[in-house]
Design a protein around this ligand. Sequence first.
Ligand SMILES: C[C@@H](c1c[nH]c2ccccc12)[C@H](N)C(=O)O
Length: 378
Amino acid sequence: GRFGEYGGRYAPESLVEACREVDEAFRDAWADPGFRGALARLLAVHAGRPTPLTPADRLSEALGVRLCLKREDLTHTGSHKINNVLGQALLATRMGRRRLIAETGAGQHGVATATAAALLGLEATVFMGERDIERQALNVFRMRMLGAEVVPVTAGSRTLKDATSEAMRHWVGATGDSHYCIGSVVGPDPYPWMVREFQRIIGDEARAQCAAELRTGVPDYVVACVGGGSNAAGTFAGFADTRALLVGVEAEGGAGASRGRLGVMHGCRSLFLQDDDGQITQAHSIAAGLDYPGVGPEHAHLRDLGRARYVTVSDEEAAAAAVRLARTEGIVPALESAHALAWVIRAAGDGELPAGSTVLMTLSGRGDKDVSTLKELL
Ligand SMILES: C[C@@H](c1c[nH]c2ccccc12)[C@H](N)C(=O)O
């Protein structure tokens, strides 16, 4: 398939048919200048694109590299997720669906889905683990404020993994009037490819901005954090045909690409954290948005091809990186994005990143949501 031995459509029969419809509709839409134009307009007037490429001059000076930040934290709702949900909401409308179904753990994708649904006049039903509802009360309030129905999930670990399973189970009975709006480059085909295509606006914009900003036109390194992997997949897509070295940075406690093993979950064959009996184990990270115990099939494939490297950083390194960016550049990053910066700081320090290297790093989200977590660490 598209991603070598990974990917596929390992879903119940009724979902296979629903996924085939999504695949057909997306191919048709993605080839239609009318759809592309409508999406570009939404991304401009509602999401605030293009996002800046910010040279981090003071931090670059301290690290001895040339670091530029792709500012997805400056989009509406504060992360790259809006790129995906606007695309899927527009596609759902084109398919004549009147409701979006979504899963969320940290709540970010839930808020983004609720935002897109409100904007396009669709209903939104978001499945969220009961444990996460307690931990992410602010995002639950936001979703309800935006008119979404938040459905508590009490199965299993009551977190993102189970919320995703529950959302897909619900879709089985609602394929006629609902579109499943997944939050990352995971799930049954065509989702990993479709979500990467919606997120490639990050990489395509950054490619043009680097051509103008960097003497060499293409950065030596392209770095992004990886939970399910959607902001990284979108960023990498803009540089796949260049000699830029691609680095995906995972949380030590949620390292699907770095420590996962071949398995099938949520309709997709990829790398997942699992015990010797094949039971998927729980991800642990200071960053709620890296809470997925696996990684998208495209990243598994890029790892096997040697086209991208996947590394992990600790909670402590990520928290320290967040504080350092705040105090040297005046930007408070999402803890998820701080994982990418933590690797840049480590690698610049131990020489893995040669002095003078040019580095493009996607700042996938803003850190307002993480202030209480960071407060305990300061
Ligand atoms: C990253 C995002 C997310 C939402 N749905 C996902 C599915 C697989 C992997 C990640 C996600 C986040 N965990 C959230 O709950 O919003």
